[in-house]
Design a protein around this ligand. Sequence first.
Ligand SMILES: *Cc1c(COP(=O)(O)O)cnc(C)c1O
Length: 512
Amino acid sequence: MNTFHSTRSNDETLTSRQAIRRGLAADGGLYIDDKLGAAAIDVAPLVGASYQRIATTVLAALLPDFNAEELRQCVEEAYGTQWSDPAITPLRPLGDDYVVELFNGPTSAFKDVALQILPRLMARTAQTPAERAEKIMILTATSGDTGKAALAGFADVPGTGITVFYPEGKVSDVQRLQMATQTGGNVNVCAVKGNFDDAQSAVKRIFADEELVRSLSQEHQVTLSSANSINIGRLAPQVVYYFSAYAQLVERGAIHVGDGVEFCVPTGNFGDVLAGYYAKMLGLPVKHLIVASDRNNVLFDFLTTGTYNRERPFYQTTSPSMDILVSSNLERMLYYMADKDTRLIQMLMNDLTHWGAYEIPEPLLGKIRRLFGCGWADENQVRDAIRSCWREHRYVIDPHTACGYFVMQQMPRDPGTPRVLLSTASPYKFPRVVGEALGIDDTNSGDCADDSTVSPTVASTNDFAFMDALAEVTGTAAPASLRGLEHATPRFATTVDIERMPDVVRQAAAAL
Ligand SMILES: *Cc1c(COP(=O)(O)O)cnc(C)c1O
């Protein structure tokens, strides 16, 4: 069962439970499983099966030391009525292509797929009596989406707690209210004076503060952990939607079991698309994976040149969850593509740390490029994509999904191979950007509805006014959990200086 180890060394082996509990390896590497794909998943029996059954099957292959009953329980709790669609990740036609919606969870973004189940898996990782006495406190700095999805996932999960820091004034109204109204006896939300990087750096310092970590453990039996996407417990649940999408394609008669499919994936940290590669290694007939980036196109440059260079300007875009310069999960793909060569990975990551860049050997790049395509969209292209997707398909997409839509339109079609776009957020999470792209603003009447009708103008420029206008123009409905925020009462209203963050953590630990 000890088949997990770091991408950078073989020194220590762990079970999947231990890998989830630890998150990141001590040498800075990511946990990977050498047995991955040793036994392929038989796709045929999954056709027509519920999302929950597919999830139990896929997770059993990825997390081998969890037993079937535990996985069934976790899946049942994570993918229940908190999802607005019984298919969880429904597949819909989009012209000649398809879109799989990953945003029907409680916070309306794709991170729910993983963060609804990770806390349940985490709660079952305690094996020794000492571990069972311990409470895990998740510590996260967020620029918006991850914080809320993590709060919703960990709220009231026994044996866990969560503290989220966000930069004051740097998240949208909707995002701030989503977090500040979070219910649960084990959650804590705090604004900090500074930007996201300041908050993120302070969280890293807290993790590295041995004295603080020791006192939390001794005085409160609390150990700190993180919920970010390098945790294998976040990656594994994402593999499920690839199998589900494929099964739905077969069910619709679009393909037969065994036919190849292409997925186009908006990604920043390489987590969303890496899950597709895992699906392929588990036997799913994935023909191509298209990596779609926003203006922070470091992955595009890497996949076209073989050089990963993080020394570049950082752009704040309308797709903030993809604004990333270091794509952590890329390391896992490189490990498997490089035939599990830990020494090569260690060398490359060393170069990244010391020089800000690394270069992979030409044959390795060639091998990667046979599976992974790539493209990116600038801000104008994102807006145009939102508009043209609505015009042509009467389907509203958010700015992250729009990067994928634009890139998919650019790619030459592989005849006979269906293409599936992964849709990662509800357009109602970004009502202003989407509304403006569709021509709804406070000066002119929108041009996105039938040209004969006059669309509303937005009198006020707040996010909720844009939500209402978007609903009216497109005939869709805002998720109640987002629309209802306007009149919800915030529970958390504290703002602290960066230096005070450790005190907030101490108090939260004492209260757990
Ligand atoms: C996090 C996120 C992504 C990118 O996910 P990766 O893990 O970086 O691949 C894309 N879209 C939305 C809306 C997200 O929240």
